[in-house]
Write a protein that binds this ligand. Structure first.
Ligand code: S3P
Length: 191
């Protein structure tokens, strides 16, 4: 792959960003960045403690600053945190220098994948299945707005990585350009 643009995997928690990102980076011989792991290292504490002690807004600001930094680099495979879609500037900046691809999965598969996890503070309040359903509902339009999508439900890592790679071969320009165009402000905003 001569293309040096970053590859950024976005999507809801439990859609496979870390697993697929690591395998993809391995195949493409690129550096892999897991945003959550890096942010925890920078903060010197795990994400649930950042949320509890500093608040979600501080975490979102850390994510934002990190995305600005990552967007200036190239040849990376990046597993983004599930909430980065909440700020359209994040998708705009990632799309400027990379291919953004959204992984998705059925809610019951997401539940199965995150059921043992204790590091996702947004799923720790109340019933996990309900939280997933509510958050997915609130965020669906953000995820759906990303033109390049891969459904990971019921597929092996090998199959998903192959699908992601295929998408870049046939639709690389679409994964790069359309998101940026969509999140740019309209040329003539309505009064
Ligand atoms: C979050 C997703 C998590 C992590 C944080 C917030 C979210 O990342 O960044 O707990 O708002 O969806 P993963 O998607 O890697 O679990």
């Amino acid at each position: 792959m001569n293309n040096t643009r970053n590859i950024i995997l976005v999507g809801f928690m439990g859609t496979g960003k870390t697993t697929i990102g690591r395998a993809l980076a391995d195949q493409l011989k690129r550096d892999f960045i897991d945003m959550d792991i890096e942010l925890e290292a920078r903060a010197g504490k795990p994400i649930p403690r950042i949320f509890a002690e500093d608040g979600e807004s501080v975490f979102r600001r850390m994510e934002r600053d990190f995305i600005v930094e990552l967007s200036r680099r190239n040849k990376l495979v990046i597993a983004a945190g599930g909430g980065i879609v909440l700020n359209p500037d994040n998708i705009r900046d990632f799309s400027a220098t990379g291919h953004v691809i959204c992984l998705k999965a059925a809610p019951d598969e997401i539940l199965r994948r995150v059921s043992g996890s204790r590091h996702r503070p947004l799923l720790e309040q109340g019933d996990k299945a309900e939280r997933i359903q509510n958050l997915l509902q609130q965020r669906q339009h953000f995820y759906d707005a990303i033109p390049c999508q891969v459904n990971t439900t019921g597929k092996t890592v090998r199959e998903i990585v192959a699908e992601v790679r295929q998408l870049f071969h046939v639709g690389g320009a679409r994964c790069a350009a359309t998101v940026a165009a969509r999140s740019a402000p309209p040329a003539n905003p309505a009064p």
